[in-house]
Design a protein around this ligand. Structure first.
Ligand SMILES: CC(C)(COP(=O)(O)OP(=O)(O)OC[C@H]1O[C@@H](n2cnc3c(N)ncnc32)[C@H](O)[C@@H]1OP(=O)(O)O)[C@@H](O)C(=O)NCCC(=O)NCCS
Length: 158
């Protein structure tokens, strides 16, 4: 009998889109704050968060807990910007980031987008290289830490 990797299947099915201002989307802000802002001594402004109403909020949810978050922001009809990618520190290195990126790329393709760009923290560049994103241009600073612009052309849906 063929072995079914149930754990992996459950993980894949844990990615979802959170409606803006839903309880889980609000919980996802707490994770972003913990992973992406507090370590830098920064926080989000109310205006920054309010302006995210037109962005797509992806999350990795297990037992109603937000373990990972990822946002896609439309730049034009073909291009999206991936931003705010964060996995709970206790859950990193288990494939959650990778499955959120794959899930969001699939959503992007199904919704007519063909390119994703992002500003990667230098420390996360190997994560994105591993997922076929390519560096464009040279290092720059954002939120006080070194970044690289990275881009991926999405393959068309088979
Ligand atoms: C970067 C981050 C989102 C990756 O998520 P994750 O769930 O820990 O990563 P995954 O377990 O899905 O890793 C996928 C692959 O990338 C590799 N990888 C992940 N983070 C890496 C890193 N910082 N450097 C090198 N490789 C990395 C993993 O080894 C894995 O490789 P494999 O597929 O060959 O096994 C997560 O570690 C995180 O939240 N970091 C802090 C916040 C951050 O830097 N966010 C990105 C801002 S641009």
């Amino acid at each position: 009998m063929e072995f079914i990797p149930l754990g992996k299947w459950i993980r894949t099915m844990s990615c979802q889109i959170l409606p803006f201002k839903s309880p889980l989307q609000i919980a996802s802000i707490a994770l972003r704050r913990k992973v992406l802002r507090i370590p830098l001594g920064l926080d989000f402004t109310d205006q920054e968060l309010a302006e995210e109403d037109q962005q797509i909020h992806f999350a990795y949810i297990v037992k109603q807990q937000v373990l990972g978050v990822l946002l896609l922001k439309p730049q034009d009809e073909q291009m999206l910007k991936m931003r705010q990618v964060a996995v709970d520190p206790t859950q990193q290195g288990q494939g959650i980031g990778k499955s959120m990126v794959a899930f969001s790329e699939q959503w992007a393709k199904e919704n007519g987008f063909n390119t994703i760009e992002l500003n990667a923290r230098k420390t996360a560049v190997p994560f994105y290289l591993n997922l076929a994103y390519q560096i464009e241009g040279s290092e720059f600073e954002e939120v006080g830490v070194p970044h690289y612009k990275m881009v991926k052309k999405l393959s068309s849906i088979a």
